[in-house]
Ligand binder design. Structure first.
Ligand code: PLP
Length: 375
């Protein structure tokens, strides 16, 4: 049986969301822009989902733009609101999609450092502001280490410069009402809350101007051309409607995460935890074992049917250590040790206990092999 501890990469599909998306696909379909009855049904399904998502986020349905996911939503937010040469301030631990969007927009970016615990101070963001700063990008929750950031304080401090908030990892894990963040632009992703992959949304606070990036159609009130992914959107609506139930299970998820944390601490010497998990997302634990490569452990765990992730990414054919762990001040070797366990409501105590049985001997063996190699 596979043990899945990689919910921050993609959550387990929410049954109601998967069913709704599948029913739509198996039904008669129709284009939401068509005026006939079938088209009107598709339009009705899209607008119902928009209302469901709006209710879950505490916003107006008309202020949401459906996209193919958060990567696209971040691109729409950045490319649609700044021009070449503008200055953007961003936390150093934003998702690569944000930095990619800034590069595509020709922006000059100041990355605001975090401290060794991954915390970000409002003052350090404020001191990065310049006369030509047009956007400040601060995520609500960090995907690797789980830290939560003071988006509201920062929005108030940098006003009237607009804030772009990547709320992808916060949505469905901690209570989230977008208006309380004070962000002009905010993005979410469907598959992080159990909706199908390939759907997400950008929220525009009332009064926020945006140029379309994809043109050639009047969909999404002219803000994002292209035939809507109705099945994905219907699934997103249902997953959003299930967010209160998901949140109600997060304390149990925290209990399992803490069981893993305490169990590893008790069983394996040299466990180091990254960020500030006790104050962060309830489901996320980023850690490393001294002298052990994270990708080696990842592969060994995979053979045991246990899915975790390391923050490393493949760039130009080489494995690069996690930029997020590097931003915490870890040197390259230490950052290569990083592993992330991200839990979801589907996990069980038995699964965590199995990880606690399997992982310590793997660490021991990896250390022995490493020492033998050095000898
Ligand atoms: N932002 C954060 C914080 C994420 O964790 C992710 C997904 O990994 C994204 C953005 C990109 O989301 P999507 O997969 O919907 O493009």
């Amino acid at each position: 049986m596979e043990i899945y501890l990689d919910h921050n990469a993609s959550a387990v599909p929410e049954p109601g969301a998967a069913r709704a998306a599948a029913e739509w696909l198996l039904g008669l379909g129709g284009n939401a822009s068509s005026v006939h009855a079938r088209g009107r049904r598709a339009r009705g399904a899209v607008e119902r989902a928009r209302r469901q998502l709006a209710a879950a986020l505490g916003v107006l349905p008309g202020d949401l733009v459906f996209t193919s996911g958060a990567t696209e939503a971040l691109h729409l937010a950045v490319l649609g609101s700044i021009t070449r040469g503008d200055h953007v301030v961003a936390s150093a631990v934003e998702h690569p999609a944000l930095f990619g969007a800034c590069a595509a927009a020709g922006a000059e970016v100041t990355r605001v450092p975090v401290d060794a615990l991954g915390s970000l101070s409002t003052q350090s963001v404020l001191s990065a502001i310049r006369p030509n700063t047009r956007l400040v990008a601060i995520m609500a929750a960090q995907n690797e280490i789980g830290n939560l950031y003071p988006v509201r304080d920062i929005a108030q401090a940098v006003a009237p410069i607009p804030i772009l908030c990547d709320a992808v990892q916060a949505f469905g894990k901690v209570p989230l009402r977008l208006p309380e963040l004070g962000a002009a632009l905010a993005v979410i992703s469907g598959h992080k809350i159990g909706a199908p992959q390939g759907v997400g949304a950008l929220h525009l606070a009332p009064g926020t101007a945006l140029r379309p990036v994809i043109a050639g159609g009047a969909q999404e009130r002219g803000r994002r051309a292209g035939t809507e992914n109705v099945a994905g959107i219907v699934g997103l609506g249902e997953a959003a409607a299930a967010v209160p139930a998901r949140l109600a299970r997060m304390e149990a998820v925290r209990g399992l995460r803490d069981r893993l944390w305490a169990g590893l601490r008790a069983r394996v010497p040299g466990l180091l935890v990254h960020g500030d998990p006790a104050a962060g997302l309830p489901n996320t634990l980023s850690f490393r074992f001294e002298e052990v490569d994270g990708d080696v452990l990842l592969a060994a765990l995979d053979l045991e049917g246990i899915c975790l992730s390391s923050g490393s990414a493949c760039s130009s054919g080489a494995i690069e250590p996690s930029p997020v762990l590097r931003a915490l001040g870890l040197d390259e070797a230490a950052a290569r040790g990083g592993l992330r366990a991200s839990l979801g409501p589907e996990n069980t105590t038995a699964e965590i206990d199995r990880v606690l049985d399997v992982l310590p001997p793997l660490v021991h063996r990896a250390r022995e092999a490493g020492l033998r190699r050095c000898a």
